[in-house]
Design a protein around this ligand. Structure first.
Ligand SMILES: [Zn+2]
Length: 271
């Protein structure tokens, strides 16, 4: 990790929380019988988000931020869907007995959401603000349609703090790596159902900033130095975006100046 990101981590770690809902394609032993006919699906982009877990870990390390990550497949239960959503369970688990689905929720869904909520509420209690980053990746082609972005930043356009940070992050990504195509609310709309939307329903816009990072899996597949460099660019550009945001709202002439951002500044943030 280079010095810049490490320095920035010291400034941002208080308010950042990293999560990774689709980090792996593991099926716990008691439920493997439900997946005998679904191994190919488990290994596909439907089973997990390749690259999302290492990306989440590197973000958490760089910013010394708490991380909540799952390596259980979204095909068991999708941690990025609300209870009651038709795609909470996949074709492999949807027809399982109700008590089995309840058990899955109790052991794999509720503890994950509870842990994420603890970290999010702790940051708000301590600093009046949380910036929650949820790490994902997307398949380069879906339904015979090629997706023309390298990175997507998903947010709710009605939440000014989210729009502002995504604008800054997009700009810093493009400055760090001009060859990358960065799109906002692509390939999905940020305000759709998910963990960030669940938090938005519970927490005010001034306290909760939730962003989903979506990385095109074609970069994960290339692996090696390319993928390593890409992750470094994502960390570095976020560091710059947070620093510029911090500087912006620490300006005493800005009426939205917050106690937490002033505290960052007093801790050594650039003005
Ligand atoms: Zn995902």
């Amino acid at each position: 990790m280079d010095g810049r990101a490490a320095d920035c981590g010291g400034l941002a770690s208080d308010v950042l929380v990293i999560t990774c809902e689709h980090g792996g394609n593991r099926i716990p032993a008691p439920y493997r019988n439900l997946f005998h006919a679904h191994q190919a699906l488990l290994d596909s982009h439907r089973g997990y988000d390749p690259g999302a877990l290492i990306m989440a870990r590197e973000l958490a390390t760089a910013f010394a931020a708490p991380l909540v990550a799952s390596t259980v497949s979204r095909l068991l239960v999708d941690l990025n869907r609300s209870v009651g959503h038709p795609r909470l369970h996949s074709e492999a688990t949807r027809k399982a007995p109700a008590e089995v689905r309840q058990q899955i929720l109790k052991h794999y869904y509720q503890p994950y959401r509870a842990q994420a909520e603890r970290f999010v509420r702790q940051a708000i209690a301590d600093h009046g603000l949380v910036i929650h980053l949820s790490s994902h990746s997307f398949t380069p082609e879906l339904d015979a349609k090629v997706r023309d972005a390298d990175i997507g930043l998903l947010y709710d356009p009605a939440r000014p703090g989210e729009a502002d940070l995504c604008e800054r992050w997009k700009a810093s990504l493009e400055a760090c790596a001009p060859d990358l195509t960065v799109r906002r609310n692509y390939p999905y709309a940020g305000k759709g159902d998910g963990l960030t939307a669940w938090f938005r329903r519970r927490l005010p816009a001034g306290a909760y900033v939730g962003i989903e990072l979506e990385v095109n899996q074609k970069h994960v597949v290339r692996a090696g130095r390319h993928w390593t460099a890409m992750r470094k660019v994502i960390v570095e550009s976020l560091c710059r975006a947070l620093a510029s945001r911090c500087a912006g709202i620490s300006d005493p002439t800005t009426k939205t100046a917050r106690a937490s951002s002033l505290r960052w500044r007093s801790a050594g943030a650039p003005p």
